[in-house]
Ligand binder design. Sequence first.
Ligand code: SAH
Length: 257
Amino acid sequence: MKSRLMKLSILIFIASCLIILISCIVQLVFKRDIVIAMGGLNTVIDEDTFTRQRKRMVEEQIAYRGVTDKGVLEAMGTVPRHLFIPEENRSYSYYDQPVPIGFGQTISQPYIVAFMTELLKLGKDDVVLEVGTGSGYQAAILSKLVKQVYTIEIIEGLGKEAARRLKAMSYNNVEVKVGDGYKGWPEHAPFDAIIVTAAAEHIPQPLIDQLKPGGRLIIPVGGVYEVQDLMLITKDASSKVVKESIIPVRFVPLIRK
Ligand code: SAH
């Protein structure tokens, strides 16, 4: 009986050693991102791995689903999304999903960021308004494509942190304001394009008013925590407004004070 127990303990010991050895080999051979993908481990990931993950994100999540705008693909491939995400969630930065950024808010799924940006049909000389700065990631993407970005965040902690981050990363054509984006930013209006990254119950009239003739507004419209409608609003040269429903989406709500 004793020797049986001994044998069993030795077997368990050898099996544990083998498991440890195999996981070390997996780490070394298949690189850490695969181990993380398998187990969600919150390991410190090096910059090369993030760069590889970002390239894959552009190919497999964004281009694969039909985004073709070269400028958008380039911006998504260049802006280091992981630096906009709190450290505890950083390993999820390039996953095909939204990621929490604190204060109960989320950074949108990469594909949605790219898709909404493409719909704005931006030009190099455009002036753009974003409502819902959050981490500042969408603003950084826009800053690569246009002349000037104005972005408004209602939660002071997020707005201040995003402003600090964007400045430290030299996105010098982005201005952040803490306030209620429902009212737009009349001092800098009219805008060539407006993007709202929180879901509104209805399309805010001030945003339509602050759109230039020929301008485009993209906004999720619908109730809190329901599936919403991503709407594209176009103001033509004669200021006629056309509303179009694009796809169902799910966003955090636009907060009204
Ligand atoms: N675009 C962001 C993610 C947006 S999450 C990014 O790239 O990280 C939506 C953001 O909208 C949240 O940060 C939320 O606080 C903000 N928000 C909600 N209501 C708002 C309002 N009325 N005015 C400005 N920002 C608002």
